[in-house]
Design a protein around this ligand. Structure first.
Ligand SMILES: Nc1ncnc2c1ncn2[C@@H]1O[C@H](COP(=O)(O)OP(=O)(O)OP(=O)(O)O)[C@@H](O)[C@H]1O
Ligand SMILES: [Zn+2]
Length: 677
């Protein structure tokens, strides 16, 4: 019921809101209009009140109407020709009748009678007069102004509501803050964007277009209207868009997709319209829409099919309309960014819209070094800081995380009142970024701390013993953020995906559980995460990668039997890895003990201490009971790599990189804090 009312109100108030949105940036017009409305309303009121007394007809004083005189009586009087005079008032559909016997009556008539009533009265010998004075007094203007008055009042209410929302620091406050920054000329250049040279290279082409469109136009080339940047969060998409504007000397208009998402239908669309109108005034211009998936998700697919959906559809449609309106001479380029290209509405990606897609991926080791270089400029680094080593350690980190790491490091140094930033500061900064700030270790009971130490030692140990698993650079049992303990793995960027590697990766992931199992005979709740990860990897190996002999190389098979077989294969693969993991731990209890005691003594251990604890062991491959993988077919590299998408309804065949990146996600081993008791 109340939701129905809200919708009704939303629908009814839409024109007012749209008008208000249009007026907000035009205070001059708004004030003038308000004045007109106020004056008009006052004048109308005066006319209505004043007119009332002066127009009351003297011919028909109400008091003289003695008995009721019906319309039928009037018809009879016309037929008997007893009407002496009649004054018709079409504005009120009333007639004032004077009969030949001197009696006066007022009678109503229906609009359909209007035309012939006067004729019939005249034919019956009555003196007919038609009063048009009320119409002449400007009747439509009065009504119109009264409606305007209504608009003004409702508008004022909505305006006050918004002011209130703004005061509460809601979305609108953010919105206006962003709007103020719009149209700036960014100082960012391509040199500030490191570690994604290919993306920069492609973007540079568009800068040429923006700077000298004539050279292209002469050859009949049309400026692309949209550019889609896609990739994981924090990899520099916003930065790159800004750099395009900075290099081209274009003004930068930025908004986030979520800024367009509003409770009210039509507001998002009007914001799109505003944004494009503003950008067209200040060409060359870049319109940047971050998180475009908030408005550009596939249409009509929402499960709720409700209000918000239709709202975002309208917003998306408006965006498409604006982009289709480009003639190719605008010097306006729309850049959108998303983390998930596969969720976007295909209409957005068609030629003439966001037809160019640039992948901004997680930086490689070389890229990370370049990003560290960019962001360490102006930060005094101590001699012990080894940026190439940091680039190696931080595999999987995004540009934003690296920038944050350097900043946290600088904060650590400042807090310790050092004049330079040391390696330790930076490493602490890194740990803060990937796992959160250190927590007081008193949070864990002594017995729990020991269990966490054995668990982490189990991971470290199994990693050391498996030849294809990346080694631990740093392990800690000092709780940070959500994690009770974790290990930083020096992951190489190579994404291994052989059966051997997957088996050993599982041994390592389950190594923490295995250690707990061997020492205590039970497994803590904090290790549940590991099991989940292990299952994900095993499932990918079976269902997407064809590593199970029982399921075979058929990908995407969906029969009940096939799924049951796949399930049991996943279980088998995980169980076999777990058994191997336990065997490794049992064979190396001495090393496990040394690692655990080192962790308990210091809280943290680094790769040198790990090497010392591992003395007397040699890594050896454990044979997996998995199908060996066929050699990957190397295909010629396409000019623009087809983005990885999972079209719904169709079969998705993963590339070797998919399994690799699933594994890569486990860069820093984190565990939920153990449940007490
Ligand atoms: N490739 C890079 N080179 C230099 N700095 C970078 C790079 N990537 C990220 N950064 C740093 O991280 C900050 C945030 O990055 P940015 O906002 O551009 O990421 P994004 O890809 O747009 O993220 P999101 O998808 O979350 O919007 C940048 O302002 C910059 O300081
Ligand atoms: Zn674990």
């Amino acid at each position: 019921m109340s939701s129905f009312l809200r919708r009704l109100l939303t629908a009814v108030s839409f024109p007012f809101r749209a008008a208000l949105a249009w007026l907000r940036p035009r205070p001059g017009i708004a004030i003038t209009l308000t004045l007109i409305v106020l004056l008009g309303s006052t004048a109308t009121l005066a006319a209505v009140v004043g007119g009332e007394s002066s127009t009351r007809p003297p011919t028909a004083p109400r008091g003289t109407v003695a008995e009721t005189f019906s319309y039928t009586d009037l018809r009879t009087a016309i037929k008997d020709k007893t009407v002496k005079a009649a004054e018709l008032k079409p504005a009120e559909f009333r007639a004032e009748i004077e009969l030949k016997d001197g009696a006066k009556h007022v009678v109503g008539y229906s609009p359909t009678d209007e035309n012939h009533l006067a004729e019939e009265l005249a034919a019956a010998g009555a003196e007919v007069d038609i009063d048009t004075s009320f119409a002449r007094r400007g009747f439509p203007w009065g009504a119109l102004l009264m409606i305007f008055g209504l608009f003004a009042v409702i508008g004022l209410i909505i305006y006050l509501q918004r002011q209130q929302a703004k005061a509460q620091g809601g979305v609108h406050a953010q919105h206006t803050k962003k709007a103020e920054k719009q149209g700036e000329l960014p100082s960012v250049r391509f040199a500030d964007v490191a570690g994604c040279d290919e993306a920069v290279h492609e973007a540079a082409e568009l800068v040429e277009f923006l700077k000298a469109p004539d050279a292209y136009r002469r050859l009949g080339a049309k400026m692309p209207s949209g550019l889609m940047l896609y990739g994981p969060p924090g990899t520099g998409k916003t930065l790159l868009a800004k750099a395009v504007a900075g290099e081209a000397g274009a003004s930068f208009f930025a908004m986030s997709g979520s800024d367009f998402v509003e409770m009210y239908v039509g507001v998002g669309a009007s914001r799109v319209r505003d944004l494009f109108a503003k950008a067209r005034q200040g060409t060359p211009a870049i319109i940047f829409i971050d998180e475009v998936d908030a408005i550009g998700a596939k249409r009509g697919g929402g499960a709720d099919g409700g209000q918000s959906n239709r709202e975002s559809d309208q917003t998306l449609n408006q965006l498409l309309v604006e982009m289709d309106g480009f003639s190719g001479n605008e010097r306006v380029l729309v850049i959108a960014a998303t983390n998930r290209l596969d969720t976007l509405d295909p209409a957005l990606l068609r030629p003439g819209r966001f037809s160019r897609h640039i992948h901004v991926g997680a930086p490689s080791e070389e890229g990370r070094l370049a990003i560290l270089g960019v962001h360490s400029k102006g930060k005094p680094l101590a001699d012990d800081v080894d940026l190439p080593q940091l680039a190696k350690v931080t595999a999987g980190s995004s540009g934003a995380e690296l920038a944050e790491m350097l900043n946290e490091g600088a904060i650590m140094a400042a807090r310790a009142e050092r004049s330079v930033i040391t390696h330790e500061d930076l490493f602490e900064g890194f740990l803060r970024v990937v796992a959160g700030p250190r927590k007081a270790s008193a949070m864990l009971a002594a017995g729990e701390k020991e269990a966490v130490a054995y668990h982490e030692a189990g991971h470290v140990l199994t990693a050391e013993l498996c030849p294809t698993v990346d080694k631990t650079l740093h392990a800690t049992i000092n709780p940070r953020g959500q994690a009770a303990g974790f290990a930083v793995v020096g992951r190489s960027d190579r994404a291994l995906h052989t059966a051997q590697h997957i088996h050993e990766q599982l041994i390592y992931i389950l190594g923490g559980r295995a250690a707990e199992h061997v020492i205590y005979g039970t497994v803590s709740s904090g290790a549940a995460n590991d099991l989940e990860k292990a299952n994900q990897i095993a499932r990918a190996a079976v269902e997407q990668y064809g590593l199970s002999a029982a399921v075979g190389q058929v990908v995407g098979m969906r029969s009940d039997v096939a799924m049951a077989t796949a399930d049991s294969e996943v279980r088998r693969i995980v169980e076999e890895a777990y058994r191997d993991s336990i065997a490794l731990v049992e064979e190396h209890r001495e090393q496990l003990e040394r690692l655990t005691q080192a962790l308990l003594a210091a809280g943290d251990i680094d790769h040198l201490e790990i090497a010392a604890a591992m003395e007397g062991s040699t890594p050896a491959a454990r044979r997996p009971n998995l199908q060996p993988l066929p050699d990957p077919v190397v295909e010629p590299v396409a000019e623009e790599p087809e983005p990885q998408r999972k079209p719904s309804g169709k079969l998705w065949v993963p590339t070797p990189a998919d399994v690799g990146s699933a594994i890569a996600a486990f860069r820093a081993e984190k565990h939920n804090k153990r449940a007490l008791g």
